[in-house]
Design a protein around this ligand. Structure first.
Ligand code: ZN
Length: 201
């Protein structure tokens, strides 16, 4: 995506804010898990979407002003621990607000959403088949999960092609939804196996 002058200026400012906050934040808050630069990266990503939508959307045009004010707060970032924390909280708040707006009005979706949803639905359907149609055969849970993952992957690929992914997620780790999904499948398979063991007696 080729950004406007406004967007390029914002990215430049965010980059220099990142340099400052990275140093200060790590010195002041050693044990906080989500790093300040990841939070500012989200702001930059949201600014990109605002830039894209603002010609046709008054709300996105208003968000540009919020972002302008935020990136102008270099004093807060530089001065002390409390003001830096407040600044980053405000970044999160505005990013969340923009994210909600992008989902609702611009039909953007979280990456991997359909995959998680359909795999979950596949597990449930698999459990129903296991108990109702073919009693106690846990294989249907796995078949359901696999079929759901396949359907979800196709839909996810389509929204990616349509450029409707909210923000790109870092790919080196599994997202929270993937972990929950994996846990759900494991619990479901175990549950079916245990139920089968006792019901067969
Ligand atoms: Zn908008």
């Amino acid at each position: 995506m080729v950004g406007s002058d406004w967007y390029n200026g914002i990215v430049e400012k965010i980059t220099s804010l990142k340099d400052i906050t990275d140093k200060k934040y790590h010195r002041w808050y050693k044990f906080d898990s989500l790093s300040s630069s990841a939070r500012l990266d989200s702001l930059a990503a949201a600014a990109g979407r605002v830039d894209q939508f603002s010609p046709d959307c008054p709300q996105c045009t208003a968000f540009r002003d919020d972002i302008n004010v935020l990136v102008g707060r270099t004093h807060d970032v530089n001065s002390n621990k409390e003001l830096l924390r407040q600044f980053l909280d405000d970044v999160d708040k505005i990013v969340n607000k923009m994210t909600g707006h992008f989902k609702k009005e611009h039909k953007l979706v979280t990456e991997g959403l359909y995959k998680s949803f359909f795999a979950g639905a596949g597990v449930v359907i698999g459990m129903v088949i296991t108990f109702v149609v073919v009693p106690y055969d846990a294989i249907w849970v796995i078949v359901g999960a696999a079929a759901g993952l396949a359907v979800g992957a196709i839909l996810d690929a389509r929204i990616k092609k349509e450029d409707r992914i909210l923000y790109q997620q870092p790919s080196r780790r599994l997202s929270n939804t993937s972990w929950i999904l994996l846990l759900l499948i494991v619990v479901a398979v175990l549950g079916v196996l245990i139920a089968a063991f006792f019901l067969r007696k």
